[in-house]
Every structure is written in structure tokens, then in C-alpha cells.
Design a protein around this ligand. Structure first.
Ligand SMILES: [Zn+2]
Length: 680
């Protein structure tokens, strides 16, 4: 295995060299898609439209997707590759039990055996429903709650591991708020027509699901009302998503006896015993007010209501693994009504996506062996180094920041930990029982693995080799307590990253993504963590005030971005991501300029200067089309702005952009001098 992998790596490297040479000899390849540009649009008026308006016009969002661009197309392409891997593993006749091929092959094979899944209907849930029904009082339901948590049905609270924000080398136990089924608390509480409508649709949806589970119309409708009433009470005690961005709001170090005193009607001793966690473990509770509401519900809600609520949580969480009518109704509400997708993805994609969630490092190991050459990793490492150096220069050049704060910021940059492609150490699935003839049980086995794998971290030193995402994921992330940035192999493909593209394009696409993640270390949230990942202020009072005022400019900018006549972004919700985009574009541009020092300036290509190529790359990477339903969902519950404003927002603040395109000072893509935001 090891030897053949090495041979493959050598082969892959030589292939890459050959293809880039042949390209270089025939036509200059630079990674910009000229045919995607909308040349009728003025780049100084609407850069989002200019950069890839023609691509969007010619590529309507596929029926099964909520957003679409070359980037999301690449994400779906990665799933085609996983599909091939899973098919090949499923065809393997004599894969050893517990081997990667056996696990992913049998999982995929069981998932694709739709007639068997359909024949079972909701039978797999019946033993669970019976356990809930057997409870004679609320106390008897508590062990069931603990068992539901074992299979990641986290209702009404969640329990898992978390890095200690005051001692980041250590993992503590965390008790969090959970148990809502709509995307956000506002859906339960706000009087606006669109939330009212969502509540009506949700009531219908819950009733349909209970009917599919065999209930009559009357009891299904009554159950839906019960679910709504209980979830609304929990929602009322939950912090909103702006408040949740403040790390202090969920920072409540606690002891076992304090937890027991706050929630006296839950048997925490039994729960901790079930979880095999000692009661003297270091612990945090995210939202004490929510836990008090949980206690109140244990005291006041009738046993029958609790039973309905828990059955719904289980049914809702596992609907995708049941027979076709459940899968379809789950899609009708969550995929179609809430996110705007017109039709379901094909079954194989659903199987690959759920396989990635449950057995992600097994599938992912195969994926990187086949599709992630070492040359890509080396190129990324070099870019990350250059971006960190640019961030260092950028911070040092800030006149408003004192030397004292700058020194602390330098320490933070020095401890940044970049992870690229895939983890050094892979998770071991060899003891997980996966069977070709038992799809639902395979899902449960995978969930148990994920839960145990997380719980096993509690009360131990941090394992810095663990990854937050699976290797085929098309995304990137920053962790403030690890001070790490993570770029899985899945995002390291065109249009984000291309070994054959010119530097301007790689810096404009993945470079801005790298800069974005680095800037998260210095956004309104990340800046509260120091060089060791501790939640501890390292700013002088004046510098902090200045930084916050600069952030307020960005929040105000996004408060004025409307997706529909009455719906605009919430600047405070998207502030961290928008500081990330602004800082990311700025330092990626600086890093690109720095990489050119001492070299002749690259030639214009197809009439575009290298600076223009840089900005086009960002517009083409980021310029998604989105369904209106999905935009509404994002504006309400996502900390990321919609794509249009992730292109327009940061670029209209940058003098470098104005210069590159010779935009007039009053052009729409140029914010007036007194409104221009400048954080990093
Ligand atoms: Zn981000």
C-alpha cells in the first residue's frame, strides 16, 4: 500500500510538470475564464456582474442546487470523484472486514440498496419510539435523552468536547443549547410575515412526517402544535446569532455541582455515568438561561409532550436514512421550501455526502491518494508563508496601532498553524460494524463513531493533529483557540487553486481565501484570543477602541446591502466574515506584489494587467448565483454575506481596486472617502 502510494505520487508529479509545460508552449494559460466575463458591464459599476455575469447567464442554477458558480461546480465535481471511489470499493469482492474498502464500499452499497431501505419504511425507528413510550414519568425519559445523544440527536441540549478558551492546551466538557428544528430562533419568535409563513409550513411539515410514521391526521396535527410550542419555549431562552458571536456570552466555566444546582430536575450523575465522564471534569456551559428553561420544561411540560418532542427530534434527525416518502418530505421542507432547491440530488450523491459526514477520513484518505499531488501542498505552503508575511507587514504599517499591541500581534502571527490538504494521522474506523444489508444501522454506527471520537477528547490534552473538516470538503476555516487555518484538499482545485495558473490568479482566488482565514485571527471575534489561543485581551485600550470603530464601519456598510426590498444584511452578524474578506483581499494583494519584487512585471494577458487579473480571479471564484430562498436563509442565519456582496463589499473599499481599473471617484465600486472602511 505504502510503496504503491509513493509510486503514484511520483507519477502524479511528472504528469503535472508535463501538462504545465505543454500548456505554456501552446498558449499562455492564466486561469481566468474570459468567456465568463460580462463585458457589457462596467467593472467600476458592478464588478460582480463583470467578473462572471456571462457564466451565470449561461449556467442556470441546477434544479438540485441552491447556489451555483464554478466554485460549487468544482465542489460537485469532487463528489463525482468520491462516487467513483465508493463504486470501486463497493465492487471489491474480498475487502477485509474493517478495511477502508469494506467500510466505504458496504456503507455505499447499503445506501444504494433503495428497495431494501424502502421496504423497511420506518421500522428502524420503532424500537426507539417504544423506548420513549415505555417511560412512566419524565425522569424515566432521561436515560433515553442520554442514548439519543449517543447517536447525535442532540435534544434539547448538546454535550461534547471543547477546547478550554482559558487553557487552550486542554479539552473540557461542554454543555450547549440545541434542540431547535428551524434554522434559527428568529423563525419561532419574529412577527414578520415570512417567519409566520415559515411557522405555518413547519407545522404542516411536522404533521406530514408524523402521518408518514403512521399517526392519524388529528394526532399528527396536535403533535405538530406540541413540537412547535416546546421548541418555541427553548428558542425564547436561546441567545440570538449576533449575541453568539461574542465569545464571552458562552464562556461559563462551571463545576458539576453548579450544573446540578442550575438544572436540579435532570439526573446529571446518571448522565455522566452513561457518558463515562468523571464528574470532576473541567466543564463549560454555553447558555445558562437555556439550561434553566430546560429545567423548567422538565418540571412543567406534561410527559406526553416530552414524548412527542423527543420522537420528533429523532424522526427529523434521521429522516434522510429512512424510506423514500420520509426523504422526500424532509427535502420538501428543508431543501425546497427553506433553501429553494427545485429537486433532490440523485441518490448516489446523498450516499456520498452522508458517507463523507460519517466516514469522512476513510473516503478522504482515498481521495487525497488519488487527487491531491504533493506539488499542490508545497505550492500552498509557500503561499501561506507569503500571506503571513504580508499580514505582518500590513499590521506593522498601521499608524493607529501602538508598538505594544503590534508586538502582541506579531507573536500571534508567529504561532499561526497552517494545515493543508489532509491530516497527518487518520481516524481508525476498523472496529466499526458496517453491513451491506443494514443501511439505517450503518448510519447509527457512523454516528456513534463520530460521537465517541469527540467525547474521547474530553479531559485530555488537545490533539493538534485532529481536523475539523474532511479532506474532500470545499471550504476553509480558522480556529481561534488553536490559532490554526485549515484548507482541505477539496478546495485546492480550480477555480480556487490551479497549479497551472499564473500567480495573479492563484493570489486573487485561494490567496484571498488564505488571507480571509488569517484575518479571522484579527476580526472582531478572533482578536479577542491571544497568541496561545487564550480568550484574553492583548490590546491597549486606545488600540481596541480604534479597532472597534474600524469594524463598526464595515458593519454599517453591510447593514446597507439589500437582497430584497425589505431584507438587508445584519452588519453585526456578518462582521467577522466581512473583516475577513476585506483583510483577505488586502493582504493577498500585498503578498502578490511582494512576490513580484525583483522580478520583471508579468505581461498583460488578453488585455488585462496582472492587477486586474488578481481581482477578476476573486470575482470569478466568489461570484455565485443564489436562489432567493437561500439568500433569505443566509441573511437570517449565516454569518457569511451573500456572494454578490462578498465581491462588491471588500473591493469597493480598496484603493488598489480603484487604481487597477481606473475607476472614477464617484463610481459605484468606489466607496466615498469618508465611508471607506479600512481595518487590515
Ligand atoms: Zn470565514
Amino acid at each position: 500500500m505504502h510503496a504503491s502510494f509513493r509510486q503514484w505520487l511520483v507519477a502524479a508529479v511528472s504528469l503535472i510538470t508535463i501538462s504545465s509545460l505543454s500548456r505554456a508552449q501552446t498558449a499562455p494559460f492564466h486561469g481566468i475564464e474570459l468567456s465568463d466575463l460580462d463585458r457589457k458591464a462596467d467593472p467600476c459599476d458592478d464588478f460582480y456582474q463583470f467578473a462572471n455575469g456571462t457564466w451565470r447567464a449561461n449556467h442556470p442554477i441546477p434544479a438540485s442546487m441552491s447556489r451555483w458558480s464554478r466554485r460549487w461546480q468544482a465542489g460537485e465535481f469532487a463528489k463525482d470523484r468520491l462516487h467513483e471511489i465508493a463504486e470501486a470499493a463497493a465492487a471489491e469482492k474480498d475487502a477485509a472486514k474493517g478495511s477502508i474498502d469494506q467500510i466505504i464500499g458496504d456503507y455505499y452499497g447499503a445506501c444504494m440498496d433503495e428497495s431494501r431501505v424502502n421496504a423497511r419504511g420506518m421500522d428502524p425507528l420503532k424500537p426507539w419510539f417504544a423506548r420513549i413510550d415505555d417511560a412512566k414519568d419524565t425522569a424515566a425519559l432521561q436515560p433515553v435523552i442520554a442514548e439519543l445523544h449517543d447517536i447525535i440527536v442532540n435534544a434539547p441540549f448538546a454535550f461534547g468536547s471543547q477546547q478550554d478558551p482559558h487553557k487552550p492546551s486542554w479539552m473540557l466538557a461542554d454543555v450547549g443549547a440545541s434542540g431547535l428544528s428551524l434554522p434559527d430562533r428568529d423563525y419561532y419568535l419574529k412577527p414578520d410575515a415570512r417567519f409566520k409563513e415559515a411557522r405555518e409550513k413547519y407545522l404542516e411539515h411536522v404533521a406530514v412526517m408524523f402521518k408518514l410514521a403512521g399517526w392519524d391526521q388529528k394526532s399528527a396535527s396536535a403533535a405538530a402544535q406540541t413540537v412547535m410550542a416546546m421548541e418555541a419555549k427553548f428558542a425564547g431562552a436561546t441567545l440570538d446569532n449576533v449575541a453568539l458571536r461574542d465569545p464571552a456570552a458562552t464562556d461559563h466555566n462551571t463545576t458539576f455541582s453548579q450544573l446540578q444546582a442550575l438544572v436540579p430536575h435532570f439526573d446529571w450523575t446518571a448522565y455522566f455515568q452513561h457518558k463515562q465522564i468523571p464528574s470532576d471534569v473541567d466543564m463549560n456551559m454555553d447558555q445558562p438561561k437555556f439550561l434553566q428553561e430546560f429545567d423548567r420544561q422538565l418540571r412543567e411540560a406534561p410527559l406526553a409532550d416530552w414524548k412527542v418532542y423527543l420522537k420528533w427530534q429523532l424522526l427529523n434527525s434521521t429522516a434522510g436514512s429512512l424510506s423514500a416518502p420520509f426523504v422526500q418530505e424532509d427535502f420538501n421542507f428543508n431543501g425546497k421550501y427553506l433553501a429553494g432547491a427545485a429537486e433532490m440530488k440523485p441518490r448516489w450523491k446523498h450516499c456520498v455526502e452522508s458517507g463523507d459526514q460519517l466516514y469522512g477520513e476513510a473516503l478522504g484518505k482515498k481521495y487525497v491518494e488519488k487527487y491531491f499531488p504533493p506539488a499542490a501542498k508545497a505550492r500552498m505552503q509557500e503561499m501561506v508563508r507569503n500571506l503571513l508575511a504580508a499580514m505582518r507587514d500590513d499590521i506593522l504599517s498601521r499608524p493607529w496601532m501602538s508598538d505594544d499591541t503590534k508586538e502582541k500581534a506579531m507573536a500571534k502571527i508567529a504561532t499561526f498553524n497552517p494545515r493543508i490538504g489532509y491530516p497527518e494521522k487518520w481516524k481508525d474506523y476498523s472496529h466499526v460494524e458496517v453491513r451491506r444489508d443494514a443501511f439505517f444501522e450503518d448510519v447509527i454506527a457512523g454516528r456513534r463513531f463520530v460521537e465517541q471520537d469527540d467525547r474521547a477528547q474530553i479531559g485530555k490534552p488537545v490533539d493538534r493533529g485532529r481536523w475539523g473538516m474532511t479532506p474532500p470538503t470545499s471550504d476553509a476555516e480558522y480556529s481561534a483557540t488553536l490559532n490554526s487555518i485549515e484548507f482541505p484538499a477539496g478546495i485546492l482545485q480550480p477555480p480556487a487553486f490551479d497549479l497551472n495558473a499564473v500567480d495573479a490568479v492563484n493570489y486573487g482566488a485561494i490567496g484571498v481565501v488564505i488571507g480571509h482565514e488569517i484575518s479571522h485571527g484579527f476580526d472582531d471575534e478572533g482578536a479577542q484570543y491571544d497568541f496561545l489561543g487564550r480568550l484574553r485581551n492583548w490590546w491597549t485600550e486606545d488600540d481596541l477602541k480604534n479597532f472597534q470603530a474600524r469594524g463598526a464601519c464595515v458593519a454599517d456598510q453591510f447593514d446597507h446591502y439589500f437582497i430584497e426590498k425589505d431584507i438587508h444584511h445584519n452588519g453585526k452578524l456578518v462582521l467577522g466574515e466581512s473583516i475577513g474578506d476585506l483583510g483577505g483581499a488586502k493582504i493577498a494583494y500585498l503578498a502578490y506584489m511582494k512576490s513580484l519584487e525583483g522580478k520583471p512585471l508579468p505581461a498583460d494577458m488578453d488585455g488585462f494587467t496582472p492587477e486586474q487579473q488578481f481581482f477578476i480571479a476573486w470575482g470569478q471564484f466568489r461570484g455565485d448565483a443564489m436562489r432567493p430562498e437561500f439568500q433569505r436563509l443566509m441573511v437570517e442565519s449565516d454569518a457569511h454575506p451573500v456572494s454578490k456582496f462578498r465581491v462588491i463589499g471588500p473591493l469597493s473599499n480598496l484603493p488598489e481596486f480603484q487604481q487597477a481599473w481606473s475607476c472614477k471617484p464617484d463610481a459605484p465600486m468606489v466607496r466615498p472617502a469618508d465611508k471607506r472602511c479600512d481595518v487590515w
